[in-house]
Write a protein of this length. Structure first.
Length: 151
């Protein structure tokens, strides 16, 4: 389990274009690292669009935005194109990121139990330390960017 003040796990992943992204590449900048369950679902689209709509404000506040889900690069390409997202999405198909950040686990919906990603956002400071964690119960998908900017 990660806590505020911990160093964020420095992982390497592939974005929607198959290019490697390493979290340490963003040292010196703040990062909104948000984990979401699935491309093109209602809640995940609302959250991504909130971050898209306030992207300029987030950048002015010093943040880079990176999304992570276990969907494929192709799925991310489609999601980015359809929603006009200006930030990268990491295709965590091997689940390395969701496991390292502790956001992968057992979920229940409509009486069914399955493994999935817990919607969670980590704000990472310029030194690579976790400055804030938004838990699944705290995140309001339609206004998530405003939640980040309010800190």
């Amino acid at each position: 389990m990660l806590h505020i003040g911990d160093m964020a796990p420095d992982l390497c992943g592939r974005n929607e274009h198959g290019q490697e992204i390493r979290l340490s590449d963003y040292r010196g900048r703040k990062v909104v690292l948000y984990f979401y369950p699935k491309d093109s679902t209602s809640g995940c689209t609302a959250e991504a669009c909130s971050l898209r709509d306030h992207y300029d404000e987030l950048r002015q506040a010093g943040y880079e935005v990176i999304g992570v889900s276990i969907d494929s690069e192709r799925s991310h390409q489609n999601f980015i194109t359809k929603q006009g997202l200006p930030f990268h999405l990491i295709a965590d198909t091997d689940k390395a990121w969701v496991e390292a950040y502790g956001v992968w686990g057992e979920k229940k919906m409509y009486g069914r139990t399955y493994m999935g990603t817990f919607r969670t956002t980590f704000l990472i400071d310029e030194e690579g330390r976790i400055a804030h964690i938004f838990t699944p119960k705290e995140i309001k998908t339609k206004t998530h960017a405003q939640q980040v900017l309010a800190l």
